[in-house]
Design a protein. Structure first.
Length: 468
């Protein structure tokens, strides 16, 4: 082959490789993201108070570990912790930053309302930030005690903890509650013994034993839970000390309780203080407020179910049930577990289910009854625009454990009459079966119209499939 021919073949080879090179360019560009630039952008975005823009720079599974999240936090807790920073007018000034591959190490001055309230105009922290695919996957910072002002701030925190050891027990409890209200993990941890036992929500209907946390690590875990709940606040009322034991009335609020309209809930507080630190603390619901909370949760579960079914959202409707919930249809068929309930609800929706709620009320803390009317294609074909039904829901906490629906006696009689008329139609006209379902309908148990999801023909069909 001539020299010219060889050069021509080489040129063709280069041209053939060009699309491959061009396709590779975006991934090469992504790999060349400047980690320091991403870190500085994150700092600037948080300084501006742009939470959404700030979190957009993080991976979905990113972890934060610093004074706000001593044991590490992610997801909703991470989001709320940075949201709290912004509310405290947190501002960082980067003093230095450098990268080694996908890891940034930096030093920055930090200012916030929390630092100023403790007498520090600013503190210095060392950052280690790891990136993955151009986004922040891990955000870690620790105080730089080589800085005199930061060292003084840390010493003041330790002195505050030491001073608490000589304080009276009521003051120790008040300081601990104030620290948890502020979401100040470090301050709260400094006020508990290494093996402190902390119990919350004792006496609730859903969880009589409450939740239990131990020691400083338990304090951090508890504050992650409260951060996820949102705006948790405890108020110490009429505290009394007897030796190292403190009792008080506790008024407890959080966003879920506010949404239910029951905040604040009354609890009994009891703590044991040893050498200026909390060694044990228990917050127990009064029986009256435990019942009030469960009643609100039961009604909310029912209303959430009704709204989801009306919207045709089976997943949202099923989310209101416990995994082993029981659903009883008007024909007496008992469906156990969410898989069976899902199939039934899907059949209802496919059958043109509509409900009108007339009344829904709690008759016991864990029990809601409703009445209303339902419409289904099965009824429409019989010439019935709708029929009256009742339902009863039993709930544990915010989840439904049992759901029973029945047609009223009058409605059952109307359906039977309509079905009988359909059976007497001349040959060739459509007929509707299933009259045996209504001949044996149980007496109604009161509950929601939305509950009336237990339609006739659908229930009959389901019952026959269950028996086959």
């Amino acid at each position: 082959m001539t020299q010219v021919g060889l050069q021509y073949r080489r040129l063709l080879g280069l041209v053939a490789l060009l699309p491959v090179v061009l396709l590779a360019l975006p991934s090469v560009a992504a790999a060349q993201v400047d980690p320091v630039a991403v870190f500085r952008q994150a700092v600037d975005t948080r300084n501006r108070g742009d939470l959404a823009g700030f979190l957009a720079l993080f991976t979905p599974d990113a972890v934060r570990q610093d004074g706000s999240c001593p044991t590490g936090c992610s997801g909703e807790v991470l989001r709320r912790s940075f949201e709290q920073n912004i509310a405290e007018h947190f501002e960082a000034t980067v003093l230095s930053a450098q990268a080694a591959e996908n890891t940034v190490t930096a030093r920055a001055e930090l200012r916030s309302d929390v630092f100023r309230a403790r007498g520090a105009e600013r503190v210095v922290s060392n950052f280690t930030v790891q990136l993955r695919d151009g986004k922040i996957a891990r955000w870690v910072s620790t105080p730089d005690t080589s800085d005199p002002q930061t060292a003084a701030y840390q010493a003041a925190l330790q002195a505050q903890a030491a001073q608490a050891q000589t304080a009276d027990p009521v003051a120790v409890v008040a300081a601990y509650v104030a620290a948890t209200n502020a979401g100040d993990v470090a301050a709260a941890q400094a006020l508990v013994t290494p093996d402190a036992v902390l119990r919350f929500g004792v006496g609730s209907v859903a969880s009589p034993d409450g939740t239990r946390f131990t020691g400083p690590e338990g304090v951090a875990a508890r504050l992650q839970v409260t951060a996820a709940a949102g705006n948790v606040h405890d108020e110490v009322v009429a505290p009394q000390a007897s030796g190292d034991r403190v009792t008080w009335t506790n008024l407890h609020s959080n966003d879920p309780f506010r949404r239910l309209g029951v905040a604040p809930l009354v609890q009994r507080g009891e703590a044991t203080v040893q050498q200026g630190k909390v060694a044990a603390l228990t917050l127990s619901f009064t029986p009256e407020d435990a019942a009030r909370l469960q009643m609100a949760q039961s009604l909310d579960a029912k209303q959430t179910f009704d709204a989801a079914l009306a919207a045709g959202d089976v997943d949202a409707a099923l989310a209101t049930f416990t995994p082993d919930a029981r659903f009883t249809t008007p024909g007496g068929a008992v469906l156990t577990g969410t898989a069976a309930i899902r199939a039934y609800l899907q059949e209802l929706i496919a059958g043109g289910y509509r409900a009108t709620m007339a009344e829904s009320r709690a008759v016991a803390p864990d029990r809601v009854v409703s009445r209303g009317s339902i419409a289904l294609d099965q009824f429409r074909r019989l010439g019935l625009a709708s029929v009256e039904a009742t339902a009863e829901v039993v709930a544990l906490g915010s989840r439904i454990t049992a759901f029973t629906v029945a047609l009223t006696p009058a409605a059952a009689a109307r359906v039977q009459a309509a079905q009988a008329a359909a059976q007497r139609r001349p040959a060739g006209l459509p007929r509707t079966g299933g009259a045996e379902l209504f001949a044996q309908l149980p007496l109604p148990v009161a509950v929601p119209a939305g509950v009336a999801l237990l339609a006739t023909g659908l229930a009959a069909g389901w019952s026959r499939r269950r028996r086959s």
